[in-house]
Design a protein around this ligand. Structure first.
Ligand SMILES: Nc1ncnc2c1ncn2[C@@H]1O[C@H](COP(=O)(O)OP(=O)(O)OP(=O)(O)O)[C@@H](O)[C@H]1O
Ligand SMILES: [Mg+2]
Length: 260
């Protein structure tokens, strides 16, 4: 077991630019630096277009940086790796494959034999509360169930780091809150290093150890908020003054950044 305070992700001076359709250049991320410790839960919050998804894609190794570097355990990220799994906002499931096959798919890509794939997929499907739905197709499931499949697919490979892009963004408020609780319980049981993007201030405070507040044009880290609420947490924490104060602080910071 590695020490809990070990830094595993180091983002150093990362800048990412895109060509615009008008032939200009857009700086999506400007000189971003931060680190994430082992088993830490970090959320990224900020206005639309401030580069949050771009950051996640860079962390996932899906796109290269223009400047700066990301290191994981001291090694530069040059592409996707089995140590990182991504949960996408729009679930990104294979429509023609069953729940079981969707979850087993990344295991197949890793050359794991069929019987073991199916067993492992079955286990994580149970973990996310979908036992009995193994043979369903995505379009026959609710949004919340589809996102459970997305989460199971990421957990199936037992990644060290979970990268989540607004995992509950497409869900109604009740489903969202239920899944927040389930994710919190899973995390408290199995621990993972998490970087989660969200628009939801309560969600960020409820789940995180630390919140990075991003500012737009160009996308940058404007402030870091330490969420010093004790763990393990449950719904009771939502009713504390400390919780309300943290949400208020995030809100005020975001307001200030939007006005600037
Ligand atoms: N492939 C691309 N080509 C050109 N521009 C891009 C590309 N991807 C992102 N951008 C631009 O980079 C900026 C940041 O986009 P990004 O998707 O990272 O924002 P975001 O913070 O995730 O926004 P939202 O909260 O709406 O999801 C935006 O202005 C976007 O138009
Ligand atoms: Mg986004």
């Amino acid at each position: 077991m590695e020490a809990d305070n070990e830094r595993i992700i180091e983002v150093a001076g990362v800048t990412k630019r895109f060509q615009t359709t008008e032939g200009g250049v857009l700086t999506a991320l400007q000189d971003i630096s931060f680190s994430v410790r082992s088993n830490e839960y970090v959320s990224v919050i900020g206005p639309s277009g401030c580069g949050k998804t771009t950051l996640l894609r860079v962390l996932g190794g899906l796109i290269p940086t223009d400047e700066g570097e990301i290191q994981i355990h001291g090694r530069p990220v040059t592409g996707p790796g089995p140590d990182r799994a991504i949960v996408f906002q729009d679930f990104a499931l294979l429509p023609w494959a069953t729940v079981l096959d969707n979850v087993a798919f990344p295991l197949e890509a890793r050359g794991i034999p069929r019987a073991e794939r199916q067993q492992r997929a079955g286990e994580v499907i149970g973990l996310v509360g979908l036992a009995g739905f193994e043979n369903y197709y995505p379009h026959t499931l609710s949004g919340g169930m589809q996102q459970r499949v997305g989460l199971a697919r990421a957990l199936a490979v037992d990644p060290e780091t979970l990268l989540m892009d607004e995992p509950f963004g497409a869900l109604d408020a009740q489903t969202r809150r239920r899944l927040q609780n389930e994710l919190l319980n899973l995390w408290q049981r199995y621990r993972k290093t998490v970087v989660m993007i969200t628009h939801d201030m309560e969600e960020a405070v409820y789940l995180s150890d630390r919140i990075l507040i991003f500012a737009p044009r160009p996308g940058r880290v404007a402030e870091e908020v330490l969420v010093d609420l004790s763990r393990p947490r449950d719904e009771h924490v939502r009713r504390t003054t400390a919780f309300a104060d943290l949400v208020e602080h995030v809100w005020e910071t975001l307001q200030r950044l939007t006005i600037e």
